[in-house]
Design a protein around this ligand. Structure first.
Ligand SMILES: Nc1ncnc2c1ncn2[C@@H]1O[C@H](COP(=O)(O)OP(=O)(O)OP(=O)(O)O)[C@@H](O)[C@H]1O
Length: 275
């Protein structure tokens, strides 16, 4: 039976001084152990959803539920929530707080008040796991964007969250770093962490995700497996979102033949396109 990690129930959130709610009665359930993608036009509320998911913001109406229990907003509950729900910001500068890579990775562990030896062990493991050993002593502001992104993932993963939220993690990355990042995310998922990624890269969504949420104006308007969501081309066009290039090519209106062989070929191509 499907287990839900985090549920948004009729959640409303409006920023001060703004008329239009950023989340407008959002109801969305994040399934455990899945690779979820969150898509929607600029300003539809993806980042706001993340900020509520990790307790940085509180809903003005509605509720959030973690594994069946409504979120609590006292200090201790929030510390626990932020351990379970890791958030990786689009801009790593928002995340990196210490002067060196090693110190940055240890920051969250120190805040938890863990014994020094345990902190050292966990930091060492994270440095090795995320290919950062050689950069351990490097000042974070000397790193490239790709390296900074890797450090921000290590910062969060060292706390062993159950749910990892990533806000446009591939933005501004080149093909090589995108590929490396996707390999890292695969390892993270295989180790049992549920992931939810906000992105505008629909090809990436098709290739990576096994569940897709589509948001519009602060609400969830569509969800499902990528192949089912992207088959709803009319709805996606109406939302001005489009579909992955591979769908556009294989299902373009110019291809009118409905030969069984063509359909088989389409399915083979779609399958091989997945990560
Ligand atoms: N700090 C803020 N103050 C006022 N309004 C805000 C603030 N942050 C976001 N908003 C507004 O809330 C709405 C949702 O913004 P949000 O950043 O959640 O969207 P998004 O889907 O993440 O967009 P993008 O794809 O561009 O990152 C937008 O209308 C935005 O202008």
């Amino acid at each position: 039976m499907q287990e839900w990690l985090l549920e948004f129930e009729q959640v409303y959130y409006t920023y001060p001084g703004v008329k239009q709610p950023a989340l407008n009665g959002l109801t969305l359930k994040i399934p455990a152990n899945k690779k979820c993608a969150l898509i929607g036009l600029n300003g539809c509320g993806k980042t706001t959803l993340f900020l509520l998911a990790n307790g940085l913001y509180k809903p003005q109406k509605g509720s959030l539920v973690w594994k069946g229990n409504p979120l609590k907003y006292d200090r201790n509950s929030l510390i626990q929530l932020r351990q379970k729900v890791g958030l990786i910001f689009q801009d790593p500068e928002q995340q990196l707080v210490a002067s060196t890579v090693e110190e940055d990775i240890s920051y969250g562990l120190c805040n938890l008040g863990l014994p020094e030896a345990e902190i050292q062990y966990k930091v060492e493991q994270a440095l090795l796991e995320f290919g950062l050993r050689e950069l351990a002593e490097r000042p974070v502001h000397h790193l490239s964007l790709g390296q900074k992104k890797r450090v921000s993932i290590a910062d969060v993963m060292v706390l062993q969250p159950e749910l990892l939220l990533l806000d446009e993690p591939t933005a501004y990355l080149d093909t090589l770093h995108t590929k490396n990042l996707m390999a890292t995310l695969k390892k993270i998922h295989d180790s049992g962490t549920t992931t939810l990624m906000a992105t505008h890269d629909l090809d990436l969504v098709y290739r990576w995700a096994d569940w897709v949420f589509v948001m519009d104006k602060g609400q969830l308007v569509l969800e499902g497996k990528p192949q089912d969501v992207f088959a709803k081309q009319d709805i996606l066009e109406e939302l001005q979102l489009g579909v992955p290039l591979v769908y556009e090519l294989l299902f373009s209106k110019e291809i009118v033949e409905e030969e069984p062989a063509l359909e088989q070929l389409r399915q083979r191509i779609l399958k091989s396109f997945r990560y």
